[in-house]
Design a protein around this ligand. Sequence first.
Ligand code: FES
Length: 120
Amino acid sequence: MARAPAPPATPGYIWDMPNWKHHVFICTNQRPAGHPKGSCGEKGSPNLVAALKAAVEEHELWGTVKVSSSSCLGPCAKGTTMVVYPEGTWYGGVTEADLPELVQQHFVGGERVARLVIDG
Ligand code: FES
């Protein structure tokens, strides 16, 4: 799949919004060490964001999957937390080791990875 061309530097040009099939938000909130709620950031979520972006590139999914970091999504104790829209699937305890399965089963195959699903 070819990348969308960069928008021209023309005044008044309106960027065509990509029609992503999945928009993934990964919490990268970082609380101080020892905070009772913990945080996804201290569990390595910034690296998870980078690894998922790399996997999207590797599988040429940039036209259908958008990966964004986010502030706290709420279920801190279940982090690292990820939510996928528009379907509203919540995943918890996600690590880099889970990414191949998430990419193939969810982002390519369209099926949730049940063992990682949490209630938001
Ligand atoms: S710190 Fe990640 S969900 Fe709250």
